[in-house]
Structure formats: structure tokens, C-alpha cells
Design a protein around this ligand. Structure first.
Ligand code: NAD
Length: 501
């Protein structure tokens, strides 16, 4: 039997902090009576006063009319005692992130509310299954995971624990839509969808920093070139290194210390040193007055270096793109489309698209370049040269990459460079999440685009790439580092075989 939550259902929001206040605002704007409760004295009254200012701001910007704002505000009732909320048909809990405290609250609420009331938790990291343990009706508890700031972020992860009744999850799914959100179903596993799939965005780049392969501003520029709004280092500085580190640790611990999620010593050192990012004035970057954030040099076109024989190798989109760029630069070349690799040979030198192996493994006069995604000319693109190449090889490779329309960024000869490594690992993590029933492919794509503003979802990248090539990159990473971290998702490996046959 389906359950529906109408506008007439009174909503009790417990916890009037950052998230609770935002949830109260959108519920009231959607027409519900909202009881707002917090154990801290005056917190719910103060939160309502702040919301009055927020709504006033929306009115003055013309985003909301004055009477709608007034009515929404009128629906919010700050409470000093929970008992007064006994008529609520839905609770959204947004209190401190502590299992015992949350369990205690829900037990107390079961004694107060009708047995049909739905109990939702906004926890970002605690198991919904564990919160429900000990309740009289655990099947009515569900995760309703909003993102910060609640009124602006569209995503809601609707998280089902082992005992959550599907009808309860469905009711919250529909309610989220009615509140103007985009809900995605998730199974209660560590990190749910977004906080799990996003881990490699931080971890792989922290690993590159640990190896001193590249500078933070270069990493950031190369990932911005792919369409990420912020590179991993600037994003960790914004989130707070301490917060990001604690999410990583909780996902790592909750996965029985799986090496896939191992935290980084680079991040731990920053946290230990109180370098939390923007909020403390220093993190990967220095935000104190008078400091200047380093930036990569801007793109400069290059003259075509002298060469007797230029050949394009491969037939994938990157090979086609190289051929087009050479034609545009009026370079005469031949095309070896059946070549075993993708890239360019210039006399005895090779400039190869990374397949996950370092340049040093591939030969002497070899440079590897990162996966170009954006079609924009002048985008930052990492490259590395073999440790046996001549002294001029880096200049030579950079000059040809400029001819091809890229802004080349030299880095150490690290397998799969930056973009290919990061995207392969994001796709691999998403593939595992789908295989383990955490979410659907479409759910993962929507969650990553709406929850953390990714330019595309992992399965959208996969559709435009090639599962076989991603598996090859991961296998090469695994062979190089000899660690469990790069083990290929069974889902992805099977997908690659399916493509071959
Ligand atoms: P917050 O510290 O801003 O607010 C928490 C509020 O809960 C405080 O006002 C506190 O006084 C109150 N509180 C604590 N224990 C209580 C209790 N037993 N009963 C009633 N009120 C109590 O925290 P927040 O950032 O709003 O986070 C709240 C919840 O939302 C946490 O579970 C957190 O993991 C989750 N969450 C946070 C974010 C985020 O970006 N901040 C995003 C998604 C989910």
C-alpha cells in the first residue's frame, strides 16, 4: 500500500542548525506546518529569525513575493518542548552526527508520535540500518540526505536501511520532488552515493601530491579543464581539510579498512597542523591577505618544430582530434589507424595518449599525455617524459602538444597522469556502487552532478569512453603500485568483455 505525505502533514524538524534551518525553510515554502525543535536554548527561535532575513532577501531580489514569504514564515513554529509536536506526521532529524544520540531521539519520538508517522534522518555518514536498531517500528525510518545549502542544492539521497519499508522510501522520494528536489534512491552503505563515489577525486590527487608528482595548482587546472568547477585541492580547501579527512576516515573504517579508501598522510599532516583550508586561512593554498594564488601560465600557440615524418596513430576520437589539429596547423602527416597505441610519432619520438603505463615503461624517446575531454582549445593537459629521454624531450613534447592546441603541463612520470587516473577511479567506484545495489547508473549520474556539481556523471563518461580502456588503465595502475586500491570493479571488467564480444 502506498503512503503519501500531503501539504496537510505537519513536519517536525529536529535540530535547528545549518541543515535543520534549511529543511524547515523548504518544507514551510512547500506549504507544511513546520515544528522546529533544538535542545540548545533559543536555537529554534534564532533560526526562525535568520530565516525571516533569508526570505526577506529573496523578496527584495524578486525571487519570492512578499505574501508567500510571510505565509511560509508563519508556518514555522519554534518549539521549546518536543511534546508539542505530537501531531507531526513526518520528522526530519538534523541533529549532531552521533549514533547513540540519534537512536535516543528516535526512541523518544516513537513514544510521542502516531505509529504512522515517518521518521527521516539527514545523517551524512551513519548507517540508517543502525539508527533504526531498537525502534518499535524500524521499517518507518529512512534516510533523507540533503546537501548544503539545502534551499539551493537539488539532490536528496533517499536512503533505505535493511528494514526500511519500500513504501516509506517511496513516500519520501515523492515528497522530495514536491519540495522541488531531485531525489535518488540509495541503499544504506558507507558514504551512500555521493560521499562514496567522490572519494577518488580527493584520494588519487592526494596520492599524486604524496609522490610529489605535481603541484596543487597544476592538478586543479587540469581537472578544471575537464569541466569540474573546482580542482580537488581548491575544493578540499573550501570543504575544510578536517571535514574532508573525517569523511574519508569514516568511509575507510566503515569498509573494514579496505585499502581502496585509505586516507592520505598529506591530508593528515595539513589537519594536524591546523591548516584546514579557507576557514583557517591556509590549506593547499594561502588565503591570508597579500598572498597570490599560483596559476599555470596561459596558453601560447607554438611554431611547428622541424620534423621529417609525422604520423598519427590509432582510430579513437583522440586520434581523430590529433589529425584534425595537425591539418589545421598545416602539418603534413600520415595516419596509421591500426596502430596498437594512440598518439603521434615524430621521427623517432613518440607522444602517446596514456594507457596507464608510465612513459619510462614504454621506451626511450617517449612522452605520454593525459586524456583530453574538453573540445576547448588551449586547455591544460598534463604530460610526462620517459626517464631515459634526451634532455630536450620535455620541450619537444610540449611544443608538439601546443601545436595540437593544448596548454601542456609537465609532471613526473606517474601512471595514468591526472585526468585518466581520476576519472577511471571515479567510474570504477561508481561501478562497484551499482554492482552492490547502492544505486542505479542513472542515480549515480544524477547524484554526482547535483550533489557535487560534477560536469558529467560517471556512467556518462563511461558511455563516451571505453570500458576496456578504463580496465586497462586500472590494471596498469595496479601492476605499477601493486596495491588493492586499483582492483577493478567486477561490474566494469564484465562490461569490458561484453563490449569485446
Ligand atoms: P549543526 O551543528 O549546524 O546543527 C545541529 C543542531 O542540532 C544544533 O543546533 C544542536 O544544538 C542541535 N542538537 C544537537 N543534539 C540535539 C538533540 N539531541 N536534540 C535536538 N537538537 C539537537 O549541524 P548540521 O551541519 O546542521 O548537521 C546536522 C546533521 O545533518 C548531521 O547529522 C550532519 O551529518 C548532517 N548533514 C550535514 C551537512 C552539512 O554540510 N553541514 C550536509 C548533509 C548532512
Amino acid at each position: 500500500m502506498s503512503i503519501s505525505i500531503s501539504k496537510d502533514t505537519a513536519v517536525l524538524v529536529v535540530g535547528a542548525g545549518i541543515m535543520g534551518a534549511g529543511i524547515a525553510q523548504i518544507a514551510a515554502q512547500a506549504g507544511h506546518t513546520v515544528f522546529l525543535f533544538d535542545t540548545k536554548e533559543n536555537a529554534s527561535v534564532d533560526a526562525k529569525a535568520k530565516l525571516a532575513k533569508t526570505l526577506e532577501g529573496l523578496v527584495s531580489k524578486g525571487k519570492l513575493d512578499a505574501s508567500t514569504a510571510e505565509q511560509a514564515l508563519g508556518r514555522i513554529q519554534p518549539l521549546s518542548e518536543l511534546d508539542k509536536a505530537s501531531s507531526a506526521g513526518l520528522v526530519v532529524e538534523a541533529i549532531i552526527e552521533n549514533l547513540e544520540v540519534k537512536r535516543g531521539l528516535f526512541k523518544q519520538l516513537e513514544g510521542l508520535l502516531g505509529k504512522d508517522a515517518i521518521l527521516a534522518t539527514n545523517t551524512s555518514s551513519i548507517s540508517v540500518t543502525a539508527i533504526a536498531n531498537g525502534l518499535q517500528y524500524p521499517e518507518r525510518l529512512v534516510g533523507m540526505h540533503f546537501f548544503n545549502p539545502v534551499p539551493l542544492m537539488k539532490l536528496v539521497e533517499v536512503v533505505s536501511g535493511l528494514q526500511t519499508k519500500p513504501e516509506v522510501a517511496e513516500a519520501i522520494f515523492e515528497l522530495s520532488k514536491a519540495w522541488g528536489k531531485v531525489p535518488v534512491h540509495a541503499r544504506s552503505t558507507p558514504g551512500f552515493i555521493v560521499n562514496r563515489i567522490a572519494r577518488p577525486y580527493y584520494a588519487e590527487n592526494l596520492a599524486l601530491l604524496h609522490e610529489q608528482a605535481v603541484q596543487p595548482h597544476v592538478l586543479d587546472a587540469c581537472l578544471r579543464a575537464v569541466g569540474f568547477r573546482m580542482g580537488p585541492c581548491e575544493l578540499m580547501d573550501l570543504i575544510g581539510l578536517d571535514t574532508n579527512y573525517s569523511v574519508t576516515r569514516s568511509v575507510y573504517e566503515a569498509n573494514f579498512f579496505d585499502k581502496r579508501y585509505v586516507p592520505s598522510a598529506v591530508q593528515r599532516d595539513l589537519v594536524d597542523g591546523g591548516l584546514f583550508g579557507r576557514k583557517s586561512g591556509q590549506g593547499f593554498y594561502d588565503y591570508r591577505e597579500g598572498t597570490v594564488k599560483p596559476e599555470i601560465t596561459s596558453f601560447a600557440p607554438a611554431d611547428v618544430p622541424a620534423a621529417d615524418k609525422v604520423q598519427v596513430h590509432g582510430k579513437c576520437v583522440v586520434a581523430k582530434r590529433l589529425a584534425e589539429a595537425l591539418t589545421a596547423a598545416k602539418v603534413s602527416f600520415t595516419h596509421e589507424s591500426e596502430s596498437a597505441w594512440t598518439g603521434l610519432s615524430i621521427d623517432d619520438a613518440q607522444l602517446r595518449l596514456t594507457d596507464g603505463r608510465p612513459a619510462s615503461q614504454l621506451g626511450k624517446e617517449v612522452a605520454v599525455f593525459d586524456l583530453p575531454i574538453s573540445k576547448e582549445p588551449g586547455q591544460a593537459l598534463a604530460f610526462a617524459v620517459s626517464n631515459r629521454a634526451s634532455a630536450e624531450a620535455a620541450d619537444y613534447a610540449a611544443a608538439w602538444l601546443r601545436v595540437l592546441g593544448f596548454n601542456p603541463q609537465p609532471m613526473a612520470d606517474s601512471p595514468a597522469l591526472i585526468v585518466a587516473r581520476t576519472l577511471s577511479m571515479l567510474i570504477n567506484e561508481a561501478a562497484d556502487a551499482v554492482q552492490q545495489g547502492v544505486c542505479s547508473e542513472a542515480g549515480a549520474d544524477a547524484a554526482m552532478k547535483l550533489g557535487v556539481n560534477y560536469p558529467a556523471g560517471p556512467f556518462e563518461w563511461l558511455a563516451n569512453w571505453d570500458a576496456g580502456k578504463i580496465v586497462q588503465i586500472l590494471d596498469h595502475l595496479e601492476a605499477f603500485y601493486r596495491g588493492e586500491r586499483y582492483r577493478v570493479s567486477p561490474w566494469l571488467r564484465l562490461k569490458a568483455w561484453q563490449e569485446v564480444v
